[in-house]
Design a binder for this molecule. Structure first.
Ligand code: SF4
Length: 459
């Protein structure tokens, strides 16, 4: 067991995943297209030399996976993607018009949905359209989420030619019964064929996504999955907790709740996952992510340059992030902006030549300060009060009087070590990093020991 049972009981709370601070549930419709444009102009004036990061949401999937919590559209009609690309290009145009020069881009992520729902030709059209509106740097992080059920060898080669150099493979679990229960039949050989081809084509970093807490998972079945994954030796592994929220995500209603692992088994599955992966040489990067010591995420963490964004962890500093596509979220300077969530609304807004922003958030001084602290804890497992004081001109002890007291409780349970100027998260505390960060979250009504039902569990 990696965590003492009493700590699990005490800190298995509901809490934000901190891909942003404040978390996206605090975005408001008071943030409009006008606000977004204003932020783009401010950032363009101040940060013209800094490259951008671009996220493109491609929502279409051919089949539903019952555990899914993504914003997706299930369809077998591939003509729908052609229309969608037309609108994406229109959105790119509207964004590019806000800049006085062609901005550099050093990070692109295609997520979904299933990005390879698009044909090879459509993916090429999309990347060419980006390249016509932005200067895409030769060296950068260009990643795509791959569903091995919908990615042929030739598509993998094609993606490499288009410039993609990282990929994330959706696996979840290799057990046939679990796959049936989640409605995602994906033989291991199919996944490994994609992995082999990606390696052959020179993809630099390949991730595999696993989920614990799925229906019918047992210690035996999940250990077999872990062994298969470890033998394939991907550069990174993400081990996510399945959050069963059928009220929020309707596809999850098709999961038979009686087949879900109970809380104790779930913790054991997590503990086994951590044990297997760390014994196989993977380093725990934080928040579900493991990487080989020579992977760039692990290297960035060791030299304190790791960052966290909406896609997880990143090696690049906090570039402004342009979100394109339905429901996509962007981060521009001291603001977040999210696009409308339905396809109809997305098309309607673009037909009016308007950016499809539906909500967002402008960060105050206090938000920026707390974001910095939470980022540092999430990525580097430490808090350096001197550097926060230097950057924000505050007296840390006075400003965070209450938070320091709460942190001392974590210190007493061995989750952090602290002196009067630094907090360092211990190896055990790293698995409870969300409750530690929650101390600094001003938006949680009660801190540290409360439950917040709209969020997923922290363990
Ligand atoms: S899990 Fe992925 S592939 Fe499955 S329905 Fe959701 S977005 Fe589509």
């Amino acid at each position: 067991m990696i965590l003492p049972q009493e700590l699990v009981t005490q800190y298995d709370l509901n809490g934000p995943r901190y891909t942003s601070y404040p978390s996206a549930d605090h975005f408001t419709s008071g943030f409009s297209e006008t606000d977004y444009k204003e932020m783009l102009h401010i950032q363009n004036a101040q940060n013209i030399a800094q490259p951008l990061s671009i996220y493109i949401h491609l929502p279409f999937c051919q089949n539903i996976c019952y555990y899914c919590a993504c914003n997706k559209i299930i369809t077998k009609d591939h003509r729908r993607s052609a229309e969608y690309i037309g609108y994406l290009i229109k959105e790119m145009d509207l964004v590019a018009q806000q800049f006085q020069t062609r901005r550099h881009v050093r990070q692109i992520h295609l997520g979904g949905g299933t990005p390879t729902f698009l044909s090879d030709g459509e993916l090429e059209q999309l990347m060419l359209a980006l390249g016509e509106r932005f200067n895409i740097d030769d060296i950068g992080e260009y990643s795509i989420e791959i569903d091995p059920r919908h990615a042929s060898r030739s598509t993998i080669g094609h993606l490499r030619k288009l410039g993609f150099n990282r990929m994330s493979l959706g696996v979840q679990d290799f057990d046939e019964k679990v796959q049936e229960a989640i409605h995602r039949i994906q033989p291991a050989e199919m996944t490994f064929a994609v992995l082999d081809e990606a390696r052959k084509q020179g993809f630099q970093s390949i991730n595999m996504d696993l989920i614990y807490g799925l229906p019918l998972q047992s210690i035996d079945s999940f250990s077999a999955t872990l062994e298969q994954v470890i033998s394939a030796s991907p550069d990174r592994i993400a081990l996510y907790n399945y959050a069963h929220l059928p009220g929020t995500f309707p596809p999850q209603r098709r999961i038979n709740e009686a087949t879900l692992p109970e809380a104790k088994l779930k913790i054991e599955l997590l503990a086994m996952g951590v044990k297997y992966l760390t014994e196989a040489g993977y380093l725990y990067i934080g928040m579900d992510h493991f990487a080989k010591p020579d992977d760039e995420l692990a290297i960035a963490q060791s030299d304190r340059s790791l960052e966290r964004n909406f896609q997880g962890y990143s090696i690049y500093p906090q570039f402004d992030l342009i979100g394109l596509g339905v429901s996509a979220i962007g981060k521009i300077g001291a603001a977040y902006a999210q696009n409308v969530k339905s396809l109809e609304a997305y098309y309607a807004r673009l037909d009016e030549n308007r950016l499809p922003i539906s909500r967002g958030f402008r960060l105050s001084f206090d938000d920026l300060l707390r974001r910095k602290i939470i980022q540092g804890l999430m990525c580097n497992f430490e808090l350096d009060m001197n550097s926060i004081e230097d950057e924000f001109s505050i007296h840390f002890d006075q400003y965070f009087d209450q938070e320091i007291k709460l942190m001392q409780e974590f210190s007493a349970t061995g989750l952090v070590e602290m002196d009067d100027r630094k907090v360092a998260v211990t190896p055990t505390g790293r698995y409870l990093i969300r409750p530690i960060c929650m101390i600094f979250d001003a938006y949680l009504a009660r801190r540290s020991v409360s439950n917040h039902a709209t969020y997923s569990r922290t363990i």
